[in-house]
Design a protein around this ligand. Structure first.
Ligand code: ADP
Ligand code: MG
Ligand code: MG
Length: 253
């Protein structure tokens, strides 16, 4: 059993007008096998939280801690975080011109495991994972994300999760831009990877729709850089009915 623990995390970005605080004290503990949904309006800082956990250099941690089984994640390089078992599926996956998907995945797998995967099993595993995600085999030789549709990029993110077997996966709006069929395929991929490895999942989303396929154990409402309310799956249903308005305006009287 592993634990990813975020404590009173404050994060700033540097803008033209100076440093701007985006995360204002986020505290969250995720154990292996648990699924936590973070739901919040656009601009509330959800991606900033994801990037801060993964180690994006643009975000400055001003205070607070992130630990994985007591180890200081914030002191690790991006590569070390990946090797420690932290995975991020990005909201806007980047194109990697000149690098084929199969090369990219094998390099990532080698980096995360500390040794190259055995070629025969690797080819088999990759084919199987692609088939599971209904990806055409020809994608293996295409450059990473180059000319991929939004849905194809999201499938590729989850393909990485299936093959890399992270301890903790942060999925940043993996549902956005997917039609119903793609949403189901991608969700099944997440559930499969989760079951195979017992991963903890931090599922960031703007909509409740994906939560019908990936059942959260806990729901956190994220507003203005911090968690405004927490509960079980029933909280997502309330959000669907009521929206975020209630959290945006302080209650009067
Ligand atoms: P969300 O993912 O919830 O939509 P983000 O974390 O992307 O929110 O953004 C939160 C706030 O931080 C927004 O106001 C956004 O403009 C600002 N922000 C995020 N990243 C940067 C950046 N690299 N430079 C400047 N401002 C940023
Ligand atoms: Mg604080
Ligand atoms: Mg975002």
């Amino acid at each position: 059993m592993s634990t990813l623990e975020i404590k009173d995390l404050h994060v700033s970005v540097t803008t033209e007008d100076g440093a701007k605080e985006i995360l204002r004290g986020v505290t969250l503990t995720i154990n292996s096998g648990e699924t936590h949904a973070i739901m919040g309006p656009n601009g509330s800082g959800k991606s900033t939280l994801a990037y801060s956990i993964a180690g994006h250099p643009k975000y400055t941690i001003t205070s607070g801690t992130v630990t994985l089984d007591g180890e200081d994640v914030l002191a690790m390089s991006v590569d070390e975080r990946a090797r420690a078992g932290v995975f991020l599926a990005m909201q806007y996956p980047v194109e990697v011109p000149g690098v084929s998907m199969s090369n990219f995945l094998r390099t990532a797998k080698t980096a995360v495991d500390g040794e190259a995967p055995k070629l025969r099993t690797w080819v088999k595993d990759m084919k199987q994972a692609m088939e599971n995600l209904r990806m055409d085999p020809s994608f293996a030789e295409r450059n990473v994300n180059e000319g991929f549709s939004g849905g194809e990029k999201k499938r590729h993110e989850i393909l990485q999760m299936e093959l890399l077997r992270p301890k903790f996966a942060v999925l940043d709006e993996t549902d956005s831009g997917l039609d119903v069929d793609a949403l189901r395929v991608v969700s099944e991929g997440v559930n499969r990877a989760k079951e195979a490895t017992g991963s903890g999942v931090l599922l960031i989303t703007h909509y409740t729709r994906i939560l019908r396929y990936i059942r959260p154990d806990f729901v956190h409402v994220f507003v203005d850089g911090r968690i405004a309310e927490e509960g079980g799956p029933e909280l997502a249903e309330r959000l669907e009915a009521e929206g975020y308005d209630r959290f945006l305006t302080p209650a009067q009287g």
